[in-house]
Design a binder for this molecule. Sequence first.
Ligand code: SF4
Length: 371
Amino acid sequence: MKTPGRLSDPGLGRQLLRRVQEAAARAADQLGRPALLMEVCGTHTMVLSSTGLRGLLAGLLELRSGPGCPVCVTPAAGIEALMELARLPGVILATFGDMIRVPGQNGSLELERARGARVQVVYSPSDAAVLARENPNRQVILAGVGFETTAPMVAASLLQASSEYLPNFSVYSLHKLVPPVMRALLETTEVQVDGFILPGHVSAVTGSRAFDFIGRKYNIPAVVAGFTPVEVLAALHLLLGQILSGTASTANAYPWVVREEGNKRAREVMETCFYPGDSHWRGLGQIQASGLLIRDEFARYDAGHKFKVGPPAAEEPPGCRCGELLRGVITPLECALYGQRCTPASPVGPCMVSSEGACAAYLGEVPRRID
Ligand code: SF4
């Protein structure tokens, strides 16, 4: 959707950047340190790096990534379960591209493919259903990874498969929900976050209202942000305004896409097929009602149930600090493996593999002028 009105004006980026820098300097004076802001969306992590905004704000703001990259928060046990499914005879494991190279404990889906398993990258859940129709003699299992943005599309593919009685299609759900992980994060005292940049796409489904608890219960400012540099700057400006005035609420700086009540239809589709269940997050452990489990009515499309595969016990890669990164405790630069033993060509952890991973974002940082 096109950004309307003033936010598309040429030159606004530079003006906004100056105002954000001034506000950040005032906030730093007030707090006695740069304000620590957490972006809870991997796309924002990428925007901050790829536009050079992170560098332009360095020293004035402490920007930390949170648990906003769905591939990164999927624990090694989830990857191992997908690898186990891929090894089953007659199976095609369909996955979104980012997942294929994420290391589990004993390899990756890419390695399973090299060993002979049929692992196929798909670009949407409906592609996986097409694959099932085209391969009636094989079982097609879709790796269900993603937040509230992806889950409704996966649910729609389950509904479609059910209406067609497609017997050889199923989903292994590793889906996760953002508001519960925010609550879990806020209950820890590891990092003093001064403000949250909230995910625009997730909020479009949940509604900005789903994040009201951040200000109400925890007294921390939060702003829903869009994804262009100007939209991110506008959100930062609102966030800093709250910090400077000592207020805390959930504001919406992306109103042309996000409504307070969100997308009711998408949530209905999602809730028809899934229900919230406990889920394990990389770096954050088990979080109550933070995952999406497939309802009993759709059990024949639930790959975990159909093939009796559950997440096995698995260790995270030795030396990898993705868990701390996803809690906002460190930046990628603090991991000893960053850019040395861990690179995009030879990743140790998921944050270096995913297109929304913080380590990949930092490594690919491009200084750029904001117009
Ligand atoms: Fe993990 Fe690599 Fe990032 Fe270190 S640099 S936290 S090993 S992904």
